[in-house]
Write a protein that binds this ligand. Structure first.
Ligand code: B12
Length: 493
């Protein structure tokens, strides 16, 4: 990466659009990319003279983004279900002479392979603490300060060798409040209210934040969970309210806190100090505060947490219920002490408190049968009867690197042992070999082979139940969704 002293005039941060054929999540296009906003805020504060542009593929088509590429540095956010398009953007940006950098979960998981096989990618920022390292690279390129090897989490090629700088985490309190004005929120707010206004029963001015992250199940992940880091962290309650108040003063009255399991921070106490959420409630300002949308695991929802959520003005909870079948909940390692009863109890407790829910499902766990799928459909039906569900994201299980199920694709003894628990006989797993050493995963092809090998139903049945579950929520004016698996089809590659 050659220095460009004083020559970095423009930086573009790009969120890659979903791969062709990849179905949208229910909230697709309703929220900007907070990670890129956070990166942009740090750049803008330190280099106000460098032009900065954020392009978001969740609201703009690939063609549009490709035409707009003209910066000295192009940073691209890639997920496994957006990577194919991410590569097309990287290729085009390099053709235009830009320095090309990647980040986010897929780049972090496949960094080695990407740098080996994709010469048009110059570097990758690994992990979830990239704002200050990214700034360090601009300092190096634009001012000739520091060195590449001193930039934490940066992986790059140096004379044909791949350099892997170790990640350094930092307290997110050190970061400036992400500047939401870096992105025009109008298209997101319009789509949000168009999709959710009726089922919510109110119009909102929405955005997202990240005052905590991680999950209490970090050492015993759910079978399909590949989220890059589940380490627990929070900003201070004071910092949290400072950001929430700042957003409210900017007119935002509905905020999605994207922490993977907010309820973890209701019960996690260090020494005998109140939990983070108890401290948040205790330090809540007198004046009105925006509605909040938070993630929680079903089995954590109890009277105490519902009471805390009411006090924090939580209007909706995002619950990964995943299955309505007790055996499949075990197969997915959801750790529900009372199986599907925990799902129903959570929905009823929140409904009684006037709190709505979004529910996601994972269909295709090891051992999945027609009867198991029917129990998940019956759960969805019961949730519609309870009446506080606004949207659903049923999706096929997509094994991803970093998720516990990935081991079943390359360790045949482990695969046979796990499958035998559900009376599934696994003769062979060589059909997965082509997925193990590539950075470009044919997600639909992989999902189909997974179901054929580890389930007692075929892929068509999974798709059939996904459709039936989405019909259920659509019939009551709710919003359907998907995880986004798709076949290859991008003509730009
Ligand atoms: C909020 C969110 C959304 C929102 C907002 C959009 C967005 N792209 O962020 C919406 C609802 C729109 C969304 C949509 C989708 N999502 Co989503 N989403 C999340 C969620 C819950 C939080 C992300 C977040 O805001 N984190 C907080 C911010 C501050 O961090 P960050 O975004 O991770 O960015 C940091 C680093 O990753 C890094 N970084 C990120 N990008 C870049 C780029 C560069 C150049 C650099 C240097 C660094 C960098 O720096 C940032 C700050 O340090 C994550 C779960 C999670 N824990 O990550 C799932 C997640 C990322 N989503 C996921 C998926 C699959 C999708 C969809 C494909 C679903 C679908 N079918 O449509 C779409 C993709 C849309 C798109 N094209 O982006 C998966 C990705 C799995 C994978 N391995 O690919 C996740 C992990 C959820 C899961 N359960 O698995 N999503």
């Amino acid at each position: 990466m050659k220095q460009r002293k004083g020559a970095v005039k423009k930086i573009q941060l790009v969120n890659a659009p979903n791969n062709p054929g990849s179905g949208p999540a229910s909230a697709q296009g309703c929220f900007p990319h907070l990670g890129l906003i956070s990166l942009g805020t740090v750049i803008r504060q330190n280099y106000p003279d460098i032009e900065l542009e954020i392009l978001d593929g969740s609201i703009s088509h690939l063609e549009e983004i490709l035409q707009k590429l003209d910066a000295d540095i192009v940073g691209i956010s890639v997920l496994t279900t957006t990577y194919e398009n991410g590569l097309a953007i990287a290729y085009q940006a390099k053709e235009r002479g830009s320095l090309v950098l990647l980040g986010n979960d897929h780049a972090s998981r496949f960094a080695q392979t990407i740098l080996k096989y994709r010469p048009f990618v110059d570097g990758i920022f690994v992990g979830d603490h990239t704002e200050f390292p990214f700034l360090g690279l601009i300092r190096y390129l634009h001012e000739g300060k520091g060195s590449l090897e001193a930039i934490p989490g940066l992986w790059y090629r140096d004379r044909g060798e791949i350099k892997e700088n170790s990640v350094e985490t930092y307290a997110k309190d050190q970061l400036p409040i992400p500047d939401r004005s870096l992105v025009d929120h109008t298209p997101y707010i319009n789509k949000f209210n168009a999709l959710f206004g009726n089922i919510h029963g109110y119009m909102a001015t929405n955005t997202l934040m990240n005052i905590a992250s991680g999950c209490i199940k970090k050492n015993s992940r759910c079978a399909y969970c590949d989220i890059y880091s589940l380490d627990l962290f929070t900003v201070s309650p004071q910092r949290a309210w400072k950001e929430i108040r700042c957003l409210y003063e900017q007119g935002f009255d509905w905020i999605w806190e994207v922490c993977d399991d907010f309820a973890t921070f209701a019960t996690t106490r260090t020494r005998d100090k109140p939990s983070f959420i108890e401290q948040l409630v205790a330090s809540k300002p007198q004046e009105d505060t925006p509605r909040l949308f938070v993630y929680s695991r079903a089995q954590e929802i109890n009277e105490n947490i519902v009471d805390l959520y009411k006090k924090l003005n939580v209007a909706k909870v995002n619950i990964g219920m995943e299955s309505g079948d007790d055996l499949m909940l075990v197969s997915l390692n959801k750790s529900n002490p009372h199986g599907n009863e925990d799902n129903l109890r959570a929905a009823r407790l929140l409904a009684d408190a006037g709190i709505q829910i979004h529910v996601s499902y994972v269909l295709g766990a090891v051992g999945e049968t027609e009867e198991n799928l029917e129990n998940t459909y019956l759960l969805a039906q019961e949730l519609v009867n309870i009446g506080n569900t606004t949207s659903m994201d049923p999706s096929v299980l997509l094994p991803l690197p970093g998720a516990p199920v990935w081991r079943l694709l390359y360790d045949v003894d482990y695969a046979r042992k796990e499958a035998a628990k559900y009376n599934i006989e696994v003769r062979d797993i060589t059909q997965f070999r082509s997925y193990l050493h590539t950075d470009l995963v044919d997600t639909s092809g992989l999902a189909e082979k997974w179901v054929d090998t580890f389930c007692k139903v075929d892929y068509a049945s999974i798709e059939h139940y996904s459709k039936r579950i989405n019909q259920l929520i659509t019939q009551v004016g709710g919003v359907p969704g998907d995880f986004g698996v798709s076949h290859f089809g991008n003509k730009h590659l």
